[in-house]
Design a protein around this ligand. Sequence first.
Ligand code: B3K
Ligand code: ZN
Length: 863
Amino acid sequence: PQSFNRLKYLPPYYTLSQVELDIALDPARTIVKSRLEVLPGPNHEAGLPLVLQGQELEFVSLRINGEAHRQFELTPLTLTIHALPHDGCQAFSVEIICVCIPEKNTSLMGLYVSNGNFFTQCEAEGFRKITYFLDRPDVMARYRVILRAREAEYPVLLSNGNLLSTEKLANGWHTAIWEDPFPKPAYLFALVAGKLECIEETITTSSGAKKLLQIWVESHDLKKTRHAMDSLIASIYWDEKRYGLELDLERFMIVAVGDFNMGAMENKGLNIFNTKYVLAQAETATDADFANIESVVAHEYFHNWTGNRVTCRDWFQLSLKEGLTVFRDQEFSADQMGSESGRAVKRIEDVRLLRQLQFPEDAGPMAHPIRPDEYQEINNFYTVTVYEKGAEVVRMYQTLLGREGFRKGMDLYFKRHDGQAVTCEDFLMAMADANGCDLEQFKNWYGQAGTPTVSVVESYNAAKKEYQVTVTQHPPANVKNKDTKLFHIPLAMRLLTPAGDQQESLLELTQESQTWTFPDVETRPVLSINRNFSAPIKLDFDQSEADLLTLFSSDDDAFNRWEAGQKLAMQMILQGRLPDAALISAYRDLLMDPALDPAFKDLALTLPAETYLYEQCVSVDPQKIYVARRAFRKAIARELRMEWASLYQQMQTPGPFNPDAASAGKRALKNLALSMLLEADPLIWSPMAVNQYRNADNMTDRYAALAALVIQGSSSAVACLEDFYAHFADDPLVIDKWFSLQASRPPVTDAVATLSDVRRLQGHEAFRMNNPNRVRSVIHAFCMNNPASFHQMDGSGYAFWAESVLALDAINPQVAARLARGLDRWKQFAQPYQSLMRAALERVAESETLSADVKEVILKALG
Ligand code: B3K
Ligand code: ZN
């Protein structure tokens, strides 16, 4: 397979100034006429041909400077034009007519049809499925777009930028002309056409300009758009306040679509969203949905500056925009929590996600630096490493430079690079130059894969009243390069003493090993290190259970307080122990502390995920881990049944539903209590859960009660599931929840039952193999979110996985490639799992029709 290398980047031979598109939309035959104003590029040489990318297109005609042109070659992936006027040394125009077939496009890249309407997805390389083009992010042009369609079927015609005019044509067709004043790469192009309606608001931004905001959905969904609009408005004001960045267009649109490969897309002025990240109302969306919508709306909006105004030179630089924009959305969401404890809760959630998903990636066969050096299919590199670890790296600049220093760096970045396509190094240099500091060693975070381990050894000299800590960095175990470079690691730390007299400080670990000495420490302190998860590392610190209990009950850093509890639980689960009296008592004190945020209590009493526990083992026995974790949980449920019962009462949220963080935190703790009570005393508490299921006025409480019943294998679960389906049959997003709850149900008696459930769900009338959300709620949920049912000693889960990867690959390679990642960590498992997984991988590898997407993932896993 062809692979692309970061160091082989060449500037373009040709570039574009202006693009005019005239698109006549028809599901069976869309005609695309383009007129490109071409200029010699930075790397031009006289006589070079112009090579355009094009995929799955029917070529019709080519004109150069208005004249028919015959010196060209077509391949399945390119249109190469020879004999250019003046050897291509002066500007010339290219006019191309071609045809594509949106209704046959199940890959959901390029132009496609969803529920009768047209949508596009161009990042990373989808524009070439619409027309022949210089489809690379360092070619930026101004676009003028004429959309044509039959008015009765497609009354709304949208594209990027500003609407110039509309016109009714005689034959029942109509047109709309859009112009985007900002030069952009093709991946930010978008069009939408169909029967849609919008809610709109006008706001005034910092310069006093009026801006039109619209959210476009199918008419029956209009009532579910308020939260997305509020999130958008909050994002716009936050970016002005925190970074001085203003919305630059007169109009900003969000459109929701039910068939979408990922969460959302930041096309200039016309963001396209998976319905899952737009539509919400109390009756149909959970607190998690509300929070996700807020953060995805913010993320896409923030891309308008970090991604669109300043974009990536090439796709290896993806983290330049994604890591930075994730960091920005994390900070926004933290601020929206409304309190310091809320900020900490958000931080814990973000780190939990990183460690559950990114750490395994960084330890597995697809490990790559946040700026990869090599890829075969770029779509495989929209990863938790590029996004979430990328965000951690951006966060470290802020930790090292302070908020003000970070802001200075951002200001210089925009001053230098507005309107350009740049690299991660340009970002680093802006940070360094704005702060007059040397970030040379910090660069290593961009170039090396794997999670570094930092080991800590401490000593206290009671006679001298002196405390010493020695910190050593160890390169990630899986890093292949011989000359491993040392990282620049910021470690926030504080010595906890009874007197509370020690301040927080920041240790900068830049050498392999460094020792810090602290004088005047009156009593042996307890070390709190890597506070707020200041660096994305694994900490190897053999702290006693007594010290961990001290941290868990009194660390003033909420993240480390939570972390101490996780570490205690993790160690005991992996040793097959149940929580001892001291830990139970610490849990009890924490749960009953009136000063603590309920959302924090919920996180503190939620055990580390099975997949995170896997990462701590040399040879994973998934069934053993499942049993040990479940037993540990049952013990917490039983030992604290009085506390759970009283919290279940105390955490009720009377009055109308409010999705704010404070109310959501109370609901989370209440519903944790309910599930614990069901675990402890199912016969007593099942009727209470059924009662909550029936009477809830919001989806969070209704779904939580249903989930508790299903997970417990309660006899009432079946009737409630049937009722739920009947009630929400018309709402695809709610039906996705119904599917995914069943597919991710852990084994109650025997796990084979779950696989047969999954096969039954696949035969259900509402199952759709070509809708990514539905597929993810059944197949991905089972294979990637239900480890105890998936990892069976008969290999049935893996056989199902292989069959599903192959079936999906024929429909949608991106969705299939995501599922293909499900066996990445096969080498880490004990037998017989390991051999069975390998056999399943080999079965997929044998297929002769694999997409580049799936092939890369499978061959790297086997390699
Ligand atoms: N930039 C898009 C992701 C595109 C994925 C292409 N396979 C969404 C986002 O990160 O905001
Ligand atoms: Zn993004």
